[in-house]
Design a protein around this ligand. Sequence first.
Ligand SMILES: [Zn+2]
Length: 341
Amino acid sequence: MAQHPLLSPAICTLTMREVYRMTEDEAYERFKAIKWPDGVPTCPDCGCKSSWTLKGGRRWKCQGVITDAGTGLQRKCYLQYTVTSRTPLHSRKRSFCDILVAIAEFVNGVLGTAALRLRRRENNSYKTPFVFQHKIREALKVDYDQKLGGVVEVDGLFVGSKKVKPPFPITNEAELEKFYEVYRKKQTSLVVVRERPSDDGKKPGRLRVVHRESEAAAVAFVKSVLTPGTIVHVDYGSQWMRLNMHFELKRVNHSVSYSQDGACTNWAESFFSRVRAAERGVYRYWWPRYAEQYGVELAWKEENRLVDNGSQVDMIISCLMRAGRSTWTGYWQRYKNRIPF
Ligand SMILES: [Zn+2]
């Protein structure tokens, strides 16, 4: 039997001991090298590479010129910026070392890391790891504009409501149906679009996740992330018939078998087993409002499960450096941008 990938020595290239021993300068240089690979500070507003270095050496003032699109008038940019300006780490209070530790913890938890666990380890506020982890989850969507192609599988999973038994013995069939009707209204769907990996195993296949009130409401998203000519494997849910006009559909009847004439959604189901394990073992309960963010995190971990943890840390830093300012900045529980359900 093949060795489990997480048991391989090659999967661990960054230990927590190494992270803790890093100086603040070393941690800062790691962020800076990923933000600007050519080593030249670049203005986040106008993209100009010429700047004055201000006192301390970690802040720059832009020398670029901005042309107003409407009037054609020109003005000097003069923006003062740092490595983290216009990123989710804008206005950060924590040191780069602390941020690197938090990212390493995020990466090492393959089913996610509970914010309460991090709160006890660092002895800080619960809000600090909660909000920071959500900033990372939000930044992971920075590559979602890249479309999927080839052979993909699409399926949905009910989240946000636990399967419950009626609180009192119901003998009447109509009453039981009424009870479950209320229960079903609380259920929402986490829909995944997953590329099949290549036969040689070099391309692991990318994933896209969306959370909607039903699978039917996610059809528009599925269409938007696929390139024309994609072959789509789905189950017998009637909502997926709407994809038939745009893509070649392969359908499998799950009440008969898991694979039918080469059609199956087992790769999508495999992702859902990770989701269920995380829901049961780490996060315990997902607020429907945050279900998509947790799904995005787990999809990213599924996609990069064979990548060593040092590279995963760098990938997260890269996402953070490319994402714009987070909607979580200055908000607790994102009250001002609340998702409707
Ligand atoms: Zn500028």
